[in-house]
Design a protein around this ligand. Structure first.
Ligand SMILES: Cc1cc2nc3c(=O)[nH]c(=O)nc-3n(C[C@H](O)[C@H](O)[C@H](O)COP(=O)(O)OP(=O)(O)OC[C@H]3O[C@@H](n4cnc5c(N)ncnc54)[C@H](O)[C@@H]3O)c2cc1C
Length: 192
């Protein structure tokens, strides 16, 4: 961890461990590995309910979500197993931070850090993985109604692999080609 993320992140994790010890009721043991998937999700949600009611935890969560220097901090560093909020924190929230305007950030970031909005990240398409410039999903601006229409024009453009979309997420960052007046302004992120 020290070599990968540096001293600051390790100190933050130590802070996290101190907070975690305040709430032994949401700590876990190796029984986590015996749980079914549904039980694991329930276990994490009990934990998040406690975390979100604790001001100190909340400041910690918000501080990490809003940090622009490291993109990968996750509750999974503190507890067994993959956090169901991992993509929400590491991809959805970070995309808001890096791509949104100040006013968009002011509207969406508090909702994301308070878990009013839980997001996933839909970039990859069935036909387009590493070649992000090849994405075919379109976001066409409808001048009359002042809105973007997101469209999957063919099977290659089907969004593929978006973790958390099935159960956790109620919002998504969707990467699509921005089309205005038939002009293609390239691949841009949209909140759906
Ligand atoms: C567990 C998991 C979770 C994921 N979660 C998400 C998610 O939440 N949201 C999301 O949008 N996506 C997600 N992805 C998708 C992931 O980002 C893509 O798998 C990744 O972009 C690679 O795309 P691909 O698998 O289509 O491979 P491709 O890009 O088609 O690559 C196939 C092969 O070609 C090689 N290759 C690619 N480009 C080049 C090049 N320029 N030169 C030479 N060789 C090249 C690769 O090394 C590889 O061997 C997830 C993937 C996994 C495995």
């Amino acid at each position: 961890m020290l070599f990968l993320h540096g001293k600051k992140v390790v100190e933050d994790i130590e802070d996290g461990v101190r907070f975690m010890k305040k709430h032994p009721e949401i700590d876990d043991d190796f029984s986590y590995f015996e749980m079914t998937r549904a039980e694991k999700m329930e276990h994490w949600w009990k934990r998040f309910n406690v975390i979100m009611k604790d001001d100190e935890y909340h400041r910690y969560f918000t501080k990490h979500a809003e940090r622009t220097t490291d993109a990968s901090w996750s509750w999974s560093y503190l507890y067994h197993g993959a956090s169901p909020l991992h993509l929400h924190q590491s991809m959805f929230t970070k995309t808001l931070i890096f791509f949104a305007s100040d006013s968009q950030r002011a509207e969406w970031l508090p909702q994301a850090t308070h878990l009013k909005v839980i997001g996933c990240y839909a970039q990859t398409e069935l036909g387009h993985g590493s070649n992000v410039q090849g994405l075919e999903t379109t976001a066409k601006f409808d001048l009359k109604n002042d809105q973007f229409i997101i469209h999957t024009p063919n099977i290659r453009a089907t969004k593929f692999w978006p973790g958390s979309l099935g159960v956790m997420a109620n919002h998504a960052i969707v990467f699509a080609r921005c089309i205005v007046d038939e002009n293609d302004y390239g691949v841009q992120p949209y909140i759906v």
